[in-house]
Design a protein around this ligand. Structure first.
Ligand SMILES: [Zn+2]
Length: 294
């Protein structure tokens, strides 16, 4: 590595440190407590990450494709890997306790219905929090680098795409919080399998399909005129202890809007379904984590 690259790495690291500082909220975004200490929460639980780690290290999925990984750290120790910083220690401990244990992942089928619903809600909630954090960071990054350009957009009274996205994820967070109090099942689950082997990939993420399986457009992410909420599917790939839990689901109230893709997905064989989910992850998302050897 030459000195030029070393300096670029240092500058990038410093910029990221400043962006991270600016992204920390002044209150817990789940309980709203102002004086609570905001902690680093793991998106995917540590006991899952440990399973895909090599000598305690895991990689961001984007390192598979992205050349910027020469300058941005994409490999991390399990303890500090893929965290977000938006909620207080208390919420981090209590609000995800139904799903953050091996039993819920490996024996999901044996849980009573209300517990199943809680597990799915908690996983979904985590994905939106993680996306809020990544969008807030992207926004703060742009504010640091393109301050004047963003000011021009704000002067026109327009929100940036990031701000629109963040608001949308907050709507999901509020809706899921409400679902916790409801007695009816919140989701339609299209795929739920415990595979008999452990994969080297872990994710808890959301996917908004732009096209159905026949290539027909479902929505245009650049069309800001549409006020409809983007319809997100949840995709969980959680390897643990020689098995892998794979789940694919959506909030029941959105089902009508995504009918074509759901019908096409349901018509696939088990093997094709798994293949489709893996391709979806690669095409639509970068928030997944891999064994460094991959
Ligand atoms: Zn809190």
């Amino acid at each position: 590595m030459n000195t030029n690259n070393t300096q670029i790495r240092k500058n990038v690291a410093e910029l990221f440190r400043l962006v991270e500082q600016a992204s920390k909220p002044d209150r817990c975004i789940l309980c709203g407590k102002k004086d609570a200490s905001i902690c680093y929460s793991h998106i995917v639980p540590q006991f899952i990450l440990k399973g895909i780690a090599e000598k305690g290290m895991v990689c961001y999925g984007q390192s598979l494709f992205d050349k910027t990984s020469d300058f941005i750290q994409t490999r991390k120790g399990v303890k500090n890997a893929f965290t977000f910083r938006l909620i207080c220690r208390d919420c981090d401990k209590k609000q995800f306790s139904n799903y953050e244990n091996p039993d819920a992942i490996l024996n999901f089928e044996t849980l009573p219905n209300d517990k199943k619903n809680s597990v799915l809600i908690e996983m979904a909630l985590k994905t939106h929090l993680a996306h809020i954090y990544s969008k807030v960071k992207s926004l703060k990054f742009r504010e640091a680098v393109y301050h004047e350009e963003l000011q021009k957009i704000h002067n026109l009274g327009l929100p940036t795409a990031f701000e629109t996205d963040i608001q949308e994820h907050f709507q999901y967070v509020n809706s899921l919080k409400k679902s916790r109090k409801s007695t009816s099942f919140t989701f339609d689950v299209f795929y739920n399998e415990l595979l008999n082997y452990e994969v080297g990939i872990a994710t808890q993420t959301i996917i908004a399909y732009q096209y159905d399986l026949n290539g027909n457009r479902l929505f245009d992410p650049k069309d800001f005129a549409t006020t409809d909420l983007v319809k997100y599917f949840y995709l969980m790939i959680l390897p643990h202890n020689g098995k892998t839990r794979v789940m694919f689901y959506i909030e029941r109230k959105h089902q009508n809007f995504v009918k074509p893709i759901v019908e096409q997905f349901n018509a696939l064989t088990q093997e094709e379904k798994l293949h489709f989910l893996f391709i979806s992850l690669i095409v639509y998302d970068e928030q997944f984590y891999i064994n460094p050897i991959l």
